[in-house]
Design a protein around this ligand. Structure first.
Ligand code: MF3
Ligand code: CO
Length: 255
């Protein structure tokens, strides 16, 4: 079911968006060569408690994961791109890190992800991250009242295809509200003018993610959650929660 929010409700969603944005910024700033992924999770948990927020991940047990996630943040490293379950690993120079974080504050969810390189970057990693960021910006710009979900999908895909990237549509954007994952689904590839109508009051997460040289994902056998590229190439992911308003898209997951 698709729910539309009033302008007053969208205002109520701002604290969640702001908290997610500030937390990602803090965690990114604290992530250095040698930082343990479990410490990133611990720190995120501490910030959640201090803010009186609630994790969307801790007890989350969807069909695409094995049991409750058990952590409050996804830390996807290098060939891991989505749903990276934190584990006892110290970040190395040149690692490509994705932090994906969702909480609810006052009963409203915000969901956002960012990718970055720690230490000395490889050019191709910076290019991949830049492509996901540009795809996110294009997707957001296409999220106009009067449009269709396919406008967002097509805008994202155009950026990826211009870089010669293949797109996997198994996971994509989604409605956001009282819970993290709602309708409509927003694939990272599609045709403009098709799909669900974009109306003022629709709140969605838009989340392009791409892999360097494949569109095939595998699930980490050890943890049953972490999604990795099938060929070992690296992945990046950018996500914002936005509201479609009468005046256009409004990014909620920013400070
Ligand atoms: N926040 C992710 C998304 O962007 C979902 C993570 S599910 C988790 O939709 F359980 F792995 F945390
Ligand atoms: Co999401």
């Amino acid at each position: 079911m698709i729910e539309l929010r009033t302008p007053a409700e969208i205002d109520e969603m701002r604290p969640a968006g702001r908290f997610v944005a500030e937390t990602l910024k803090t965690l990114r700033g604290e992530t250095k060569v040698g930082t343990n992924l479990l410490d990133i999770d611990r720190r995120a948990h501490e910030l959640i408690r201090a803010a009186g927020a609630e994790s969307c991940y801790l007890d989350y047990a969807p069909s695409f994961g094995s049991g409750p996630f058990g952590y409050v943040i996804c830390t996807s490293i290098n060939d891991a791109v989505l749903h990276g379950k934190p584990f006892d690993y110290r970040i190395q120079d040149g690692d490509l890190v994705t932090l994906d974080f969702a909480v609810s504050v006052n009963g409203w969810v915000a969901d956002s992800a960012v990718s970055f390189v720690v230490g000395t970057p490889r050019d191709e990693d910076l290019r991949l991250i830049d492509t996901t960021e540009r795809a996110l910006a294009a997707g957001i710009a296409a999220a106009q009242p009067g449009g269709k979900v396919g406008d967002i999908s097509a805008a994202i895909a155009e950026i990826a295809h211009a870089e010669g990237l293949k797109i996997n549509t198994d996971f994509g954007g989604h409605g956001v509200g009282r819970t993290m994952h709602g309708d409509p689904h927003i694939p990272n590839n599609g045709r403009a003018g098709r799909g669900f109508p974009l109306k003022p009051g629709l709140v969605v997460a838009i989340e392009p993610w791409f892999l360097q040289t494949t569109d095939k994902l595998i699930t980490d056998e050890g943890d049953g959650w972490t999604l990795k590229s099938a060929d070992g190439s690296r992945g990046a992911h950018s996500e914002h929660t936005i509201a479609i308003t009468a005046d256009g898209p409004l990014i909620l997951s920013q400070a």
